[in-house]
Ligand binder design. Structure first.
Ligand code: PLP
Length: 372
């Protein structure tokens, strides 16, 4: 199988698997218990925390571990809404955000939040003048992702954060697809990340919080994460996240050079007739979301079962609905259905990617012939 679904998840790095191993076997103590073994586990969790924070590179705050980025985003949105001051009840977000943001925002409407979902331009980017017109002193939070998971398009997070701060609002950034792959933008007050997108384990994420901007707790109980988030931490998952973050930080330039070469090779191998969805200038190059007139993307995926690529977000692909992100770019249903996403990265070999792209192009030609 050729794995081309790096936005859905990434292969576990061998170094990460090795670092986690002892914490699954003999080192099973609870990191929150006072025994010597507990203290050893707690120390390992703290080393991991520092590694994740160092890789994030954000100033003036710290992280709390969560069960996923979905939890971190739910917590940031619901916990900020809960702490809101009288008169500040608007949340502004984008039509292209992940379901973890959009669905949580929709849920908050039932609790009195006034939600504004801004459209994006044809290239998938936010029109900053539109945002400026929408911002006022009723805005509590602006939520915008750094790299879009479906189309790879980047947003100017620092500028958006500055604009939000200008009206006294907070800024939440979903940095899941950016973390470990490019520098994280300074400016937001809350940043959500996930380990399994950076060659770490599934089942752990984190919320970075600027000091003073901590949301009210979402999960109550033992208060293990500084009273802000409850639940026994898994030393294995924390250590794995820390190891993956350290590795990503050390290898960022090397990994991105590799990704740029892969992008160029894939584009050549696909040949003419494909259109890139979203901005070509403002994007992460490990995400190649393309469409081709008259092609059925779902049929391509079904025809090429030994290639793992997708139609868009892994969360939405079971639904049969065309991607909300592609629709937000102004693509017709037909265009959205003729789109596929190829995601590649650290462990993708150029030859396997080129072979896969050639087979995708051939399968697309075969569909065209059949339908002619
Ligand atoms: N945000 C983005 C942009 C994502 O790509 C994902 C994962 O698909 C998430 C949030 C949710 O992350 P997790 O799988 O850790 O819940």
């Amino acid at each position: 199988m050729t794995y081309l679904d790096y936005q859905a998840t990434t292969p576990l790095a061998p170094e990460v698997a090795k670092a986690m191993q002892p914490w699954f076997e003999d080192k099973y103590a609870n990191p929150h218990s006072a025994s010597r073994w507990g203290s050893e586990a707690a120390a390992a969790v703290e080393v991991a925390r520092k590694r994740v924070e160092a890789a994030l590179g954000l100033k003036g705050g710290s992280i709390a571990f969560t069960g996923s980025a979905t939890e971190a985003l739910n917590w940031a949105l619901k916990g900020t809404a809960e702490k809101r001051a009288k008169g500040r009840n608007r949340i502004i977000t984008l039509a292209t955000e992940h379901a973890a943001v959009l669905d949580t925002c929709e849920w908050l409407v039932g609790g009195g939040i006034d939600l504004t979902i801004l459209p994006v331009m044809h290239d998938g980017r936010l029109d900053l003048e539109l945002l400026a017109r929408e911002l006022d002193d009723r805005v509590l939070l602006v939520a915008v992702m750094q790299v879009n998971n479906e189309i790879g398009v980047t947003e100017p997070i620092s500028e958006i954060a500055q604009m939000a701060h200008g009206v006294g609002a907070l800024m939440l950034c979903d940095a899941v697809q950016a973390f470990g792959r490019m520098a994280i933008c300074q400016g937001p007050d809350l940043v959500a990340i996930s380990a399994h997108k950076i060659h770490g384990p599934k089942g752990i994420g984190a919320l970075w919080m600027r000091k003073g901007a901590e949301p009210a707790p979402l999960i109550h109980g033992g208060g293990q994460e500084r009273g802000l988030r409850s639940g026994t931490l898994s030393p294995a998952l924390c250590v794995g996240f820390g190891a993956a973050a350290k590795l990503a930080e050390e290898r960022m330039t090397r990994d991105y050079d590799h990704v740029q070469k892969l992008w160029a090779a894939a584009s050549r191998a696909l040949g003419p007739g494909w259109t890139i969805n979203g901005s070509t200038g403002h994007r992460y190059l490990g995400n190649l979301n393309i469409r081709r007139e008259g092609v059925d993307g779902a049929r391509l995926v079904a025809d090429l079962r030994d290639l793992a690529f997708s139609l868009g977000s892994a969360c939405a692909s079971g639904s049969g609905r065309p991607s909300h992100v592609l629709r937000a770019l102004g693509l017709s249903y037909r265009e959205a259905r003729s789109s596929i996403r190829l995601g590649f990265g650290r462990y993708t070999k150029q030859k396997e990617l080129v072979d896969a792209c050639k087979r995708i192009a051939e399968a697309a030609h075969a569909q065209e012939k059949l339908d002619a």
